[in-house]
Design a binder for this molecule. Sequence first.
Ligand SMILES: Cc1cc2nc3c(=O)[nH]c(=O)nc-3n(C[C@H](O)[C@H](O)[C@H](O)COP(=O)(O)O)c2cc1C
Length: 341
Amino acid sequence: MFIIQPLLFEPFTIRGVTLKNRIVMSPMCMYSCYEQDGIVTPWHLTHYTSRAVGQTGLIMTEAAAVSPQGRISPEDLGIWDDSHIDGLSALVKSIQDNGSKAAIQIAHAGRKAMIDGPIIAPSTIAFSDKMKTPEEMTLEQIEETVNQFRAAAKRAKSAGFDIIEIHGAHGYLINEFLSPLSNRRTDSYGGNQQKRYRFLQEIIAAVRLEWDGPLFVRISANDYHPEGNTPEDYVTYASWMKEDGVDLIDCSSGAVVPAKINVYPGYQVPFADKIRNSADIATAAVGLITTGRQAEEILQNERADLIFIGREFLKDPYWPRSAAEDLGIDIQSPKQYERGW
Ligand SMILES: Cc1cc2nc3c(=O)[nH]c(=O)nc-3n(C[C@H](O)[C@H](O)[C@H](O)COP(=O)(O)O)c2cc1C
């Protein structure tokens, strides 16, 4: 191929942590905590370790809930209790032993929690008529939730993770505060953009009390709704997050309301590009990026710093190898597989 030195396989350092390449396994819920206790199961160990064997630079876990009430489903991974630390430590060790760095996405599902019992959100507006109506969070519940994110960060550190990502996208709790479509509060957590940001700002500050490593935030950079947040709004949010100590913005989009999205290869890349180049912060691109050449285009044109791969990794645990092949280069295999690669 025409590229001498593909950026995709160049190391990337962020706040002192070096990834061996720019490929990140995107967070994907596995709904595999069959006992509904949030504890890592053999499935997680096999699933994530396979992608580390496949030479992925960074493996990010699926959304791990900061409270039982914040689970998307009862089978979600958890980080709300110290009993989760042992399983997460074993997972981190297995990923790192196979040459990848390990990240955890910490999350609260808000009004999209599909669990028994009451659910909470900034305002009493259901996501759709098929979903439960949430309770409006009191100031005490807001403070408690911020503290749950802090405790989750502390546990992530104990478990040995290299990177933490706060889930602020896809219409879950933090996204519900950010969007005027789901946040109708009239107190200091709702109203103008600054007030809607306050909840996330407090979470970032609380996490930073426990965590001095790289901190990512996943956002939904577009609500795809005339009265919702736009990519321009997220340039402002990103510049605030940078000031508040966030290192990278992981640019996804949508799902705060059931709006239609036009999906095509690289459809979210313009958001990563705009935020990176307007707010001067590192970004990740995600969404229908399927080939090495597509990833390389994004990096060479300075549209993003990292490439998150989701569903392709469900089909091909050795996607980095396929991407290298597409770019016409060889990458190192695990020692054990040298005769096959
Ligand atoms: C099975 C599945 C589970 C997912 N779970 C999460 C999740 O836990 N957290 C998150 O931020 N995104 C989640 N996503 C979204 C992916 O991380 C990714 O952004 C999306 O699939 C688009 O990238 P892709 O086209 O490479 O798959 C999930 C996607 C899939 C397919």
